[in-house]
Design a protein around this ligand. Sequence first.
Ligand code: VGL
Ligand code: ZN
Length: 212
Amino acid sequence: MSPRIAIAETDIFIVVDVQNDFCPGGALPVPGGDEVAPLINRIARAFPHVVLTQDWHPQAHASFASTHPGRQAYETIDMPYGPQVLWPDHCVQATWGADFHKALKVPHAELVLRKGHHREIDSYSAFFENDRKTPTGLAGYLRERGFIRVVLAGLALDYCVRWTAEDARRLGFSAAVVEDACRSLDLSGSAAAARESLRALGVDCIAANDIL
Ligand code: VGL
Ligand code: ZN
């Protein structure tokens, strides 16, 4: 059977945060996170253009529970920009945890977009930080290069993949998430909430088979 969705020159594949700390053995493991790499490698080979995103925090980042005395990981606190889940220390710049998982092999990726490098603001989305105002520059990059549709996969579906896909739609791109090439953290129903919200914003949820 031929694929349901044809890939065009104006499509770009965005691989979200396939890093050691989001895989089993890492500091903020997404269940099954390491399983997505082989499928992502295959999907990436079908795309002429690929971007990798990399969560890239300084030490004592505001999203780390350890930065807030008396707070525990996975609690939510109020930050000046709104509610923020506190995470275990993860993806600290230039550490093993921040490296891409060794099974991820996308040599033709054209851009590595690092996010979360401002100490005071987290950044789930690859387009805007969690204040929803500070741009990363990715929208300008994609527009200047003439991309129309973004296809996303990676970790975690219910955080960084979701927020990136939703911002892509708000910015006027078409967006699709390859669900079987993602895994979720699923904290208190966040996976179901993500699916609902993605649909409401017009993000297509597809399977790798639709492309390959
Ligand atoms: C992520 C929590 C904290 C993600 C990043 O990549 O989904 N989640 N930082
Ligand atoms: Zn992070």
